[in-house]
Design a protein around this ligand. Structure first.
Ligand SMILES: NC(=O)c1ccc[n+]([C@@H]2O[C@H](COP(=O)([O-])OP(=O)(O)OC[C@H]3O[C@@H](n4cnc5c(N)ncnc54)[C@H](OP(=O)(O)O)[C@@H]3O)[C@@H](O)[C@H]2O)c1
Length: 288
């Protein structure tokens, strides 16, 4: 039987992944929220379907026995991921997929005061967006246990790649905090994330959990300085924490309040994912 891949939330990461399956001659469908999303996929030769997971009572998405990549983000408020709950309702009503690969975030670990951590570290989400992610993980784990179907979760760090760099922010001269006040952040190049997702679908044991990051964290400030240098843009002005509280967005301040350094040994050694871009320096060289 031919494998059928369905990417729920087929945006930046999903479209690249779908193109890889299409190039291998495999059936792949992308589910998006907007007509513009469908048009974008169809231009690339990928079958696109429009469904809004925010709505309850979604119809049959054709997911029974399929291999599902769930990349749709949770809603923007609350502490539950109602979209994932609706998706599981669809599984229960119209038939279960064979396997789900879910993109969660490393935010579920909460603030670790800059410590090195791996997948055995307990979760302690602080930001509401991370609580919603944990809710999605738990919803899917309950589904997998009840249905007996496969689930693999990737906790993904900051995704960067072509067209996914903070160039507008740098061009606008937005400030960043001084290095001594800056937390550690973790990243992964989109191409390596796609490779990790495919490996998770093809060969990870069910129930497995992986940190998806390149294993080379740096401070948030170094990230902006390195991107600016690679793009030939001026470095952002550096400010103290007190000034940052007035001048940076709530979202950025929330990211600045958590610091952790993530190991990716399980992804590299356990799942055999070979990184094309093992650090930001290589990733930026590939982009510019
Ligand atoms: N950015 C990061 O650094 C980061 C880090 C960790 C995890 N993640 C997560 O990784 C996942 C993939 O990221 P990405 O960059 O590929 O995201 P993206 O480009 O924003 O794509 C999200 C896709 O989900 C679709 N979508 C959104 N709401 C939906 C809804 N209610 N119902 C159905 N489809 C919906 C969008 O449809 P349209 O195309 O129609 O808009 C889009 O195709 C997301 O869950 C993201 O939150 C991101």
């Amino acid at each position: 039987m031919m494998n059928e891949q369905i990417v729920v939330g087929c945006g930046y990461v999903g479209t690249r992944l779908a193109c890889q399956y299409r190039e291998q001659g495999e059936a792949v469908t992308g589910i998006v929220r907007s007509d513009a999303g469908v048009a974008r996929l169809e231009q690339l030769g990928i079958k696109g379907l429009r469904y809004d997971l925010a709505a309850g009572n979604i119809g049959d998405l054709g997911l029974a026995e399929a291999r599902v990549f769930h990349f749709a983000p949770p809603p923007g408020s609350g502490v539950q991921d109602t979209r994932t709950r609706h998706l599981v309702d669809v599984f229960e009503r119209y038939g279960h997929p064979r396997r789900v690969v879910y993109i969660s975030t490393t935010g579920v670990y909460g603030d670790c005061a800059g410590a090195w951590i791996d997948e055995t570290h307990p979760v302690a989400p602080v930001a509401a967006r991370s609580q919603r992610r944990l809710d999605a993980e738990e919803t899917l784990r309950r589904w997998s246990a009840a249905s007996g179907r496969d689930l693999v979760i990737l906790r993904v760090a900051g995704i960067y790649g072509p067209d996914r760099l903070p160039l507008e922010r740098l061009r606008a001269g937005a400030p960043m905090v001084r290095p001594e006040d800056s937390p550690y952040t973790n990243r992964i190049h989109v191409d390596d994330l796609v490779a990790a997702c495919i490996a998770a679908m093809e060969r990870a044991p069910s129930g497995a959990l992986y940190n998806a990051c390149d294993g080379h964290p740096s401070t948030m400030t170094d990230y902006f300085l390195d991107v600016a240098a690679a793009a030939g843009l001026p470095s952002p002005p550096l400010i103290g924490l007190e000034e940052a509280a007035d001048r940076l967005s709530e979202g950025m301040l929330s990211y600045l309040s958590e610091s952790r350094r993530l190991r990716n040994d399980r992804l590299r050694e356990g799942l055999g994912v070979v990184f094309r871009y093992p650090s930001l320096a290589e990733g930026l060289r590939g982009i510019f």
